[in-house]
Design a protein around this ligand. Sequence first.
Ligand SMILES: [Zn+2]
Length: 133
Amino acid sequence: MTAPSRGRGRPALFNADAQQRYLEARAAGATQKDAAALVRVAANTIRYHRATDHAFREADDTAAACGRQARIDQLAHGETRYKHYGCRCTTCTKAATVGRTNRPSYNAKEARIIPISPTGQESSCSFPLARAS
Ligand SMILES: [Zn+2]
């Protein structure tokens, strides 16, 4: 005869140990989905715990903020970092300037006019506004 098991039902997959590993992965910069996959739980499990466990939700938000900062720190200096994260170091500023001046829209001195009517069939002088547009 087997010994009676203690407790009922399936053991929780997302226990305190798994939650800790999840939060560490989030703080290191993993997305919610990737961190959930790391501890082998579904993204819905994370959402459920965020909705029902206030302390876990706060810890997850804090870890997510740390993770976002970690991702920004890992990002190489360049135009993206200048434009989206406000880095104004010499490398980023130079890259943004080069990127901006190489764009065709920046170098165009006047707007390019595209003829809308076929050549030889231009509109009469009674529609000067239509021609200019
Ligand atoms: Zn920079």
